[in-house]
Design a protein around this ligand. Structure first.
Ligand SMILES: [Cu+2]
Length: 294
């Protein structure tokens, strides 16, 4: 079993794939998305908000220029005395309301898209701890395993080349491509936030509360995010690594990770940094960890 897992971990994740989430040199726009929610969020920004913002800025700049040129002391020595203009006041109240209503149509549409989770193919529970993440697959009977930061001096050359400082994690959340993944998010100690820019996700991990979000990854690859709620001294050391694989690879990963009957205390943590007591990963031997390949 261990041998098969080791072979799997070498072979399964090879080949060209997407890597999103690392900083990109000289980039100014949003990072590319890899899920429908993110495409819609980017489209909402680029096609609805941005034109409206630009139009308003141009309009106000023109008004300002007119005021500066036509109503300065030299060209308008005797200023008008009136201070009210009812039609204009009605217009500058109604028009912004109409603009906001127009924006809200698209804003609510996006909000509902986030809220109305399609029938999930897979459920993953993500638990935020000070300072690492735990992932659990209840339907696959995979008990919680932890995902900790790969420290800077432990980064592989590949990770270094991809700019994965503070993004590389010991173990990924593995999900199949093209499937609806429901993520249940909670916190074990303080409030954290599960954020994955490539999928347009940011959901608070609140102790005692189970929040839900979802995504459907379009492309096989590695996606990186970070805890996005200030949660203590190592807040910056809580990377989130989602590994999107083919269904076959996912099934193989589930089999390698599979339900274990051995007590958790007997297993060796796969993390590069030791997880605190009580959070012993239910993972098998380190050889089975896909993280070892990256
Ligand atoms: Cu956190």
């Amino acid at each position: 079993m261990v041998c098969a897992s080791a072979m799997f971990s070498v072979a399964a994740f090879a080949g060209d794939k997407e890597t999103l989430g690392a900083p990109t040199d000289k980039a100014i726009d949003f990072q590319r998305g890899a899920s429908s929610l993110k495409y819609e969020a980017i489209s909402f920004h680029n096609h609805i908000l941005l034109p409206i913002i630009v139009a308003i800025v141009v309009f106000v700049a023109i008004l300002l220029a007119i005021c500066v040129v036509r109503f300065n002391k030299k060209s308008n020595p005797i200023p008008a005395k009136f201070s009210h203009n009812t039609p204009i006041e009605i217009a500058w109240t109604i028009i912004p309301v109409l603009i906001l209503m127009f924006i809200s149509i698209f804003s609510f549409r996006l909000l509902f898209a986030y809220h109305n989770i399609p029938k999930p193919d897979l459920t993953v529970k993500a638990v935020g701890y000070q300072w690492y993440w735990g992932y659990e697959y209840p339907d696959q009977k995979i008990g919680e395993f932890t995902s900790t930061l790969v420290k800077e001096d432990k980064l592989s050359d590949d990770q270094r080349a991809k700019g994965l400082y503070l993004l590389a994690a010991s173990d990924p959340m593995v999900v199949p491509v093209g499937k609806v993944v429901r993520v249940q998010v909670t916190g074990a100690d303080v409030i954290h936030a599960f954020a994955m820019p490539a999928f347009g996700l940011k959901t608070d991990a609140v102790p005692g509360r189970l929040n839900e979000t979802w995504f459907r990854a379009d492309q096989i690859g590695d996606y990186y995010g970070q805890c996005s709620e200030l949660c203590g001294v190592d807040h910056s050391a809580m990377p989130i690594w989602i590994k999107v694989v083919s269904q076959a690879d996912f099934d193989a990963w589930v089999a390698s990770k599979g339900p274990k009957t051995a007590p958790a205390a007997a297993t060796t943590p796969v993390s590069t940094t030791p997880a605190p007591a009580g959070a012993a990963p239910a993972a098998p031997a380190p050889a089975a960890a896909p993280g070892a390949t990256n």
